[in-house]
Design a protein around this ligand. Structure first.
Ligand SMILES: Cc1cc2nc3c(=O)[nH]c(=O)nc-3n(C[C@H](O)[C@H](O)[C@H](O)COP(=O)(O)OP(=O)(O)OC[C@H]3O[C@@H](n4cnc5c(N)ncnc54)[C@H](O)[C@@H]3O)c2cc1C
Length: 467
């Protein structure tokens, strides 16, 4: 029997899409950067169904592309154009299996939308700390498979640090039940770590046990004008010391980023009455300290004294606080109408952040002299979205033709600082060549051996992450 017919018998014909029109939303990526062609989209409802589907694919050596919310931006969830790959969508596996307040954990299906996990935790008085712009559509299985970050990594860590246990369907169709909720387990290799950040190349994550934290009942935001990027790093250190580590987010925002948002987001006015070059959006949170506004003001006063703060807005109401978060969240979208930008998602040691921006700006200026520097992001994690923008009067395509040349110098600078070419979004298709270029021979050899050990026939998301 044909592979698609066999799979239909397992999941039911309604859970197998084969018409091009029905598959359209699954073969195009969020930014329209990657397109593909699939033989079918399969939407199983249970782990057992996933296992049976994978067994059929293993027997026929049919390549599979696991897909969550399809928000990753690097092409990992999109098939190539050959039309022989099957997309395995986790969207119908969306049950929160258990919330355990005493253990501080949730056990969830991989297809649960991230925002639904945050809500489920909140309903029990807890906090699930992965906070990313795509949280309304990305899935926890995708977050785990990309080791997602976001704005609260500084305080809580990235996806890797939220996972206690995993359930995975292996490339031969066996189910590995590693759904432990233990915080201590020193019994050899920690297998779950291999699947976290594997971008679907070692197996299909079907379930997870994740940590919950006490709900931060009190939060205080401030938009802080600072004299330089160096001052940002000093301010972070000061704020952590003075708050007893209650800084839950700190985002760097350049003047040009604010200008873009004001220009392109309807009804958005500049919150800062005076123009400064650099700003920080700082968040303090606590489950027990209601006096965070006072604490924030004390930190800012100390910063002023030290010359690392120039000005600040400390909003009193929640609505005003949200408005400042909107400023940060609108930056990505506001870049598009400004023209072409060459995007990088790099990380460097926090102490090298300012050096990175200076060196990268100098290097890009040698290639395109009048480019506009766009840098924003999670400075507390040393992670900057460094997206040099075309000069205002340059042709977009002409500027974008410099993509490889500019990316190479930017990545070289980050790697020379022992940084990373992908801090958050992963490798996917976009950076598969770069991975081989920048990792050492030993690393690539070990990665290939791991891939071979799990997936000897190479059916699990072939050509992604590791070529
Ligand atoms: C507006 C916006 C803002 C964003 N902000 C951030 C941010 O702040 N931080 C950040 O880290 N990322 C961010 N991202 C990127 C993206 O949302 C994350 O990478 C997210 O974790 C991807 O989840 P997903 O469910 O959409 O996965 P997908 O895009 O569907 O898949 C991503 C990869 O994981 C694999 N995969 C998916 N599900 C599974 C599974 N169950 N088992 C095995 N493999 C699987 C896929 O094959 C693919 O290789 C942002 C994206 C957008 C569009």
């Amino acid at each position: 029997m044909d592979v698609i017919a066999q799979i239909s018998e397992i999941v039911g014909p309604n859970a197998v899409l084969i018409d091009e029109a029905d598959m359209q939303g699954f073969v195009v990526e969020w930014r329209d950067k990657f397109f593909g062609k699939a033989r079918a989209v399969v939407q199983p409802k249970t782990t057992e169904e996933v296992a049976e589907v994978v067994k059929i694919c293993a027997a026929s050596k049919t390549p599979l592309v696991p897909q969550g919310g399809n928000t990753s931006l690097v092409g990992g969830s999109i098939p190539f154009t050959g039309g022989d790959e099957i997309i395995l969508s986790l969207s119908r596996m969306n049950t929160i299996r258990d919330v355990d307040p005493l253990n501080g954990t949730m056990t969830v299906d991989a297809g649960c939308i991230l925002a639904n996990l945050q809500q489920a935790a909140l309903e029990k008085g807890f906090h699930f700390p992965l906070r990313i712009g795509s949280e309304g559509s990305c899935q926890i299985g995708g977050n785990i498979s990309t080791n997602a970050g976001g704005v609260q990594v500084l305080h809580y860590g990235n996806a890797r640090e939220q996972v206690l246990g995993l359930e995975v369907v292996l490339p031969d169709g066996r189910i590995w039940d590693g759904l432990t909720s233990l915080r201590k387990d020193n019994t050899g290799y920690d297998l779950k770590q291999l699947f976290i950040g594997a971008e679907g190349t070692l197996g299909i994550v079907t379930g997870a046990v994740v940590k919950m934290y006490p709900e931060p009942k009190y939060t205080q935001i401030a938009l802080v004008a600072i004299p330089s990027v160096e001052a940002a790093v000093e301010f972070l250190s000061l704020a952590r010391q003075m708050s007893g580590d209650q800084v839950t987010a700190i985002e760097l925002i350049s003047r040009y980023c604010i200008d873009m948002v004001v220009r392109h987001v309807p009804n958005f006015t500049d919150p800062m009455p005076t123009r400064y070059d650099w700003h920080l959006l700082v968040e303090l949170s606590s489950s027990s300290t209601p006096t965070l506004k006072e604490l924030m003001e004390n930190i800012l006063a100390e910063g002023l004294e030290k010359g690392i703060v120039l000005d600040a807005i400390v909003p009193a109401s929640e609505a005003q606080q949200q408005r400042l978060w909107n400023l940060r969240e609108e930056i990505s979208g506001a870049q598009k109408p400004e023209g072409g930008s060459i995007k990088h998602d790099i990380s460097v040691p926090v102490s090298r952040f300012a050096d990175f921006i200076r060196e990268a700006d100098n290097a890009v200026a040698k290639i395109v002299p009048d480019f506009r520097s766009v840098a924003f992001g999670h400075i507390g994690d040393g992670n900057v979205h460094y997206n040099p923008m075309q000069p205002a009067d340059m042709d977009r395509e002409k500027y974008l033709s410099h993509w490889e040349e500019i990316s190479r110098v930017v990545h070289d600078i980050a790697v020379n600082m022992r940084g990373s070419i992908s801090a958050e979004h992963g490798i996917g298709r976009l950076k598969a060549d770069d991975l081989v270029h920048y990792k050492s021979e030993v690393e690539i050899e070990l990665m290939r051996k791991i891939k071979k050990a799990f997936d000897p026939d190479g059916i699990m998301n072939p050509g992604k992450l590791l070529k």
